[in-house]
Write a protein of this length. Structure first.
Length: 117
């Protein structure tokens, strides 16, 4: 649905992310994996999903990282999964304990901006 990587398959993404980790061995985990979901009655087009995902990643500090956003259809509600390489192009480390508060704030802001209440 949206990415800034060359690869598109899970295997290609894994290879790219692992290559990035080799450039920054301080990173212990290669991939940050999270999902965003809608209620059963809500629906979004792919371009809106991608816009929300990019805002979400930027708010969490993943603005210089490789990412892929995938729409899943394995549940009875609309949702996307974001896979983000934790190795930043800027050599900056994002510590996991700092991820949760921006994540919650961004979810609230996106809900307001895109009228999910």
């Amino acid at each position: 649905m949206g990415c800034n990587t060359e690869g598109t398959t899970p295997q290609e993404l894994a290879a790219e992310f692992q290559f990035s980790q080799q450039l920054n061995p301080r990173v212990n985990r290669v991939v940050y994996h999270a999902s965003l979901s809608l209620t059963h009655s809500e629906h979004l087009e792919n371009d809106i999903w991608h816009e929300i995902a990019k805002k979400y990643l930027q708010a969490m500090g993943f603005d210089m990282n490789q990412y892929a956003v995938v729409r899943h259809r394995d549940r009875d509600h609309a949702h996307i999964v974001r896979r983000v390489c934790e190795c930043s192009f800027s050599d900056r480390l994002i510590k996991r304990p700092k991820i949760l508060p921006p994540c919650c704030n961004c979810s609230t802001n996106c809900s307001r901006e895109f009228v999910f209440e």
